[in-house]
Design a protein around this ligand. Structure first.
Ligand code: F6P
Length: 548
């Protein structure tokens, strides 16, 4: 399907002119001219209230952005993704995370095979296993019940599980202890198991490829740790290790019985896999019923994305606003600021989802892009961030659109905490948008010399997403909202959001340097800086004993 280069699309050119015309129109003016925009520029569906009124956009901006989406053939791309077409061209794969949450009655074909029965067979197998662990029926090698679950994985095989566990901790089985090990730094594993009883510990080795250096290194350390404590009997591995992977041979080679393997498919990208078997630790924590409620949330957002007109489509609107700031107003990053402590790992999760997906500079046609693509996503939960980096958001020189996420009811209501929390989320959006003029500052009696320092120029945009309460279903909707927003952005920028070749070079060089660190007198052929660093490390690594 021929699509002209993005910058040649008529809507792109019109948006350039429109941005120049709209220029520095202030949000104060936009609200003055259109006082009702706060009630109108909202999408209130699926239990999510998405307020995008505090954005530097008019009805014309939104219409042009929607035209940009249409001229980018977004509708066709959405249909192609949902239909299982191999839109991940550089890996020749379908992109079907939406099949992971499709109901049993759905029919979705990849290479002529309906994948829905396989998806549900794995979910059923996960449910049986999760219940056995939760009920204390799955026993360790010495007959003790499992009390600790350690997920070993990295990237999508870690960030989704740990984010979901933290987000849904309220719903988790509190008699079980969950840990997550990802880093190849031995400290991660050491600290994760330091207080665990091996006889009561189950390792979930989660790796799509089952070859990832970090995960395999940690999995081997886990096996040594376990066997050292349980007398070295290799048979213990069967009770204490299960695998989540697409690679049965590698799982068997590690020594895990493939009967204890939970599979998924090459059409599930790592960063889109938290609702596949990669979510096994999540299911053990919250139970199969809550897990399925989360899947239902994902599916509801999938259906909204697939069917809603672009003007009323939450992922599309979020994506188009990101494109607007990224490509027409010069913003380089987007801050995601959840006002809920349970969502503390949500920004970290979104970093992989967004930046591994759209951190690309070559189009699907193999041409370098001539416009900025994926912005930097970052963030921290509120109100902590307010006492850290919000200074820059309010008075710095950079434009940083913000996504605020909050809930009307706390899962832990206590005194005035929640009203205080929510008054802050509302106050931040208001302060960012409308600021405080120098005149207003002076009128408060501030001396002239100090007034500029205390002035807030405002005009800093934000979206606020409100839901009633953080539930598994709402979490599914939120994650799917961002998944699809990332997809829409990738379609507009004409990049493949589903490969990640950019992580390869570092892996190859690390393998080479690992050899150079373990051979006696290696000839080093790196640049002078890297050679010197390697020599320094080699000469110093055994120089001093570790402190006690
Ligand atoms: O190195 C990047 C990456 O491939 C991610 O895309 C992926 O989520 C992560 O590594 C882990 O991969 P795996 O699940 O195969 O161990």
């Amino acid at each position: 399907m021929y699509v002209p280069r993005l910058t040649e699309l008529p809507a792109w050119q019109q948006l350039l002119q429109h941005a120049a015309r709209l220029g520095s129109v202030h949000l104060c003016d936009l609200f003055d001219q259109d006082p009702g925009r706060g009630d109108r520029m909202v999408i209130d569906e699926l239990g999510l209230y998405v307020d995008y009124a505090k954005h530097r956009v008019t009805a014309e901006t939104l219409q042009l952005l929607v035209e940009l989406a249409e001229q980018s053939r977004l509708r066709l791309q959405i249909d192609a993704m949902f239909a299982g077409e191999k839109i991940n061209l550089t890996e020749n794969r379908a992109v079907l995370h939406t099949a992971l949450r499709a109901p049993r009655s759905a029919r979705i074909y990849v290479d002529g095979v309906d994948v829905v029965p396989e998806v549900h067979a794995v979910l059923d197998k996960m449910s049986v296993f999760a219940e056995r662990v939760r009920q204390g029926e799955w026993l360790g090698f010495t007959g003790r019940r499992i009390r600790n679950i350690v997920n070993i994985g990295i990237g999508g095989s870690d960030l989704g599980p740990v984010m979901a566990y933290e987000a849904l901790r309220y719903y988790s089985e509190r008699s079980l202890c969950f840990r997550f090990v990802s880093n190849v730094d031995g400290t991660d594993f050491a600290e994760a198991v330091v207080d665990l009883e091996p006889a009561e510990t189950l390792f979930v080795v989660a790796s799509k490829t089952f070859t990832t250096l970090e995960t395999m290194t940690n999995a081997h350390s886990a096996r040594r740790w376990l066997l050292a404590a349980l007398g070295g009997d290799e048979r213990a591995v069967a009770n204490h290790f299960v695998a989540v992977s697409t690679h049965a041979t590698a799982v068997a080679q590690f020594g895990i019985d493939t009967a204890n393997m939970f599979g998924f498919w090459d059409w599930v990208g790592g960063r889109y896999s938290m609702d596949s078997a990669i979510g096994l630790s999540t299911m053990i924590a919250i139970g199969p019923a809550h897990f399925r409620a989360m899947l239902a949330g994902f599916h509801a957002m999938d259906e909204h994305f697939r069917t809603a007109p672009f003007e009323r489509n939450m992922p599309v609107i979020l994506a188009l606003l990101a494109v607007w700031y990224n490509n027409f107003l010069g913003a380089e990053s987007i801050a995601v600021l959840p006002y809920d402590q349970y969502l503390k790992r949500f920004p970290a999760y979104l970093q992989q989802l967004t930046m591994e997906s759209n951190g690309k500079s070559i189009t699907l046609d193999g041409e370098p892009v001539n416009y900025p693509s994926g912005p930097i996503y970052w963030g921290e939960p509120g109100t902590n961030g307010q006492h850290s980096f919000y200074q820059l958001l309010h008075q710095g020189t950079r434009l940083v659109p913000c996504d605020f996420i909050g809930f009307c009811r706390s899962l832990n209501p206590a005194g005035s905490h929640h009203d205080l929390l929510m008054s802050n989320i509302f106050a931040q959006g208001e302060a960012l948008a409308f600021g405080k003029t120098t005149d207003a500052v002076r009128a408060e009696g501030t001396p002239d010399w100090l007034a500029p320092h205390r002035t807030f120029e405002g005009n800093r945009p934000s979206t606020t997403i409100l839901a009633d309460q953080l539930t598994p279903e709402i979490l599914g909707k939120l994650v799917a909202l961002y998944e699809h927003s990332v997809f829409v952005q990738g379609v507009i920028w004409q990049v493949n959001s589903f490969d990640q070749w950019g992580v390869e070079l570092g892996k190859v060089l690390a393998r080479q340097i690992t050899d150079e660190l373990s051979t006696a007198e290696p000839a080093l052929h790196h640049d002078s800086s890297t050679n010197a660093l390697i020599r320094r490390y080699r000469s110093r690594r055994s120089a001093a004993a570790n402190p006690a």
